[in-house]
Design a protein around this ligand. Structure first.
Ligand SMILES: NC(=O)c1ccc[n+]([C@@H]2O[C@H](COP(=O)([O-])OP(=O)(O)OC[C@H]3O[C@@H](n4cnc5c(N)ncnc54)[C@H](O)[C@@H]3O)[C@@H](O)[C@H]2O)c1
Length: 359
């Protein structure tokens, strides 16, 4: 499959590293509205063709566009690529609003092209190990779950973290997709969401090296508490925050009638999954259900591109796991957090999805 990568910013190099580990995927072109960036990226990684966004859409030798633009550009750029006849894999979130995402899905259907979306960490060994444990009935029937998202400290490492504090960002849409995609993969679709959210500090100070701004005016809530009721009957409690700098809360836990499952960092592909059943005295680390991508904590684990490979395999007739229906449902549930907070009401979701096939 010939890939065109749209957007050569901060996450680009990790995608190149990840995509290069899949022999059937070839990065054939890069495109960026900042063509200087595209040229430098092509030179650094030996990619033959580079140019602006329009040249990428016009390149009919490409099979899949890997969209790494900032979230506010996702809806327009996905549509442009689909309408140009390209299959698309987009970074999270699918779009910054439910209405925009719905419009994107309509264009995808009309175009007959496949649309996949991050996050793809739920395809990694840690999440798949948890999926197998649940499907095998290891902790009985899931009754509850919890997840906690703390500070990404982006002001310290991202040269231009403005998009993280604007529409489409915040802990809810920037980090929320990782945890919630894993929970929907484990527990199935969500029916209602109740939440409260607020802005923490209205101005953030940026200290990252090579920063392009010193301060950011915050436009989106940076602290949220939410309750997700799943169609299965399970209830998850969550805290999503860019205002909690440190805590001892776990990343994700599932509470079943027979025991508890504790998951690894949802932003990583691998990591230990532990179980403690009522009969166990100690937590037990489960054997990985799928192959590891490298030792825990090493760069090899950054398998960005697993979702692109998932889309490529779907084009060959395989199951499409990180698909747009799934991503849309996760996005609708996350957007319901601020809606519920604003309206002081639980929100009933309009969409649903199937649990993706186990990997
Ligand atoms: N940075 C991370 O660690 C990280 C991690 C996981 C996912 N992501 C996701 O990846 C995406 C990109 O994040 P980033 O941190 O690389 O952003 P970034 O701002 O560093 O880079 C985005 C690039 O896209 C280009 N661009 C903007 N609009 C465009 C358009 N219309 N057409 C073509 N190019 C365009 C910009 O010029 C820039 O080079 C986001 O959706 C983000 O949520 C980022």
């Amino acid at each position: 499959m010939r890939l065109g990568i749209l957007g050569t910013g901060n996450i680009f190099s990790r995608y190149v590293t990840g995509l290069n580990t899949f022999p059937s995927l070839q990065i054939a072109r890069v495109g960026d509205i900042d063509t200087t960036r595209a040229k430098e990226a092509a030179a650094e990684f030996g990619i033959v063709a580079w140019g602006d966004d329009q040249e990428l859409y016009a390149d009919d030798s490409l099979d899949i566009v890997v969209n790494l633009t900032p979230p506010v550009h996702h809806a327009a750029t996905i549509k442009a690529a689909l309408q140009a006849g390209q299959h698309v894999y987009v970074e999270k979130p699918l779009a910054t609003t439910v209405a925009d995402a719905r419009g994107v899905l309509e264009v995808a259907v009309a175009s007959g092209k496949l649309l996949g979306s991050a996050p793809d960490t739920f395809l990694g060994s840690a999440s798949q190990t948890a999926r197998k444990a649940l499907d095998d009935g290891l902790i009985g029937e899931p009754i509850g779950a919890s997840f906690f998202i703390g500070h990404s400290k982006a002001e310290r490492w991202h040269p231009d973290p403005r998009f993280l504090f604007q529409a489409g960002g915040g802990p809810v849409l920037d980090m929320g997709p990782y945890s919630l995609a894993i929970l929907v993969n484990l527990l199935g679709p969500i029916s209602t969401v109740s939440a409260s959210s607020r802005i923490g500090a209205s101005v953030r100070t940026v200290t990252s090296p090579n920063r392009v701004v010193d301060t950011i005016d915050v436009d989106v809530p940076t602290h949220a508490a939410a309750i997700f009721s799943f169609a299965s009957g399970a209830i998850a409690t969550a805290q999503l925050s860019f205002d909690v700098w440190d805590s001892h809360l776990p990343h994700i836990e599932i509470y079943g009638t027979e025991g508890t499952l504790s998951l690894a960092n949802p932003n990583h592909f691998d990591g230990d999954v532990r179980v403690k059943r009522h009969s166990d005295d100690e937590w037990i680390v489960l054997p990985p259900a799928t192959a590891l991508f490298g030792a825990v904590g090493t760069p090899e684990q950054h398998r960005r591109g697993l979702g692109v490979n998932d889309l490529a395999q779907a084009l060959e007739g395989g199951p499409h796991r990180a698909n747009s229906t799934f991503a849309f449902h996760v996005l609708e549930a996350l957007c319901a957090i601020d809606d519920s907070s604003d309206q002081h009401l639980p929100i009933t979701l309009q969409s649903t999805c199937s649990r993706p096939a186990p990997a």
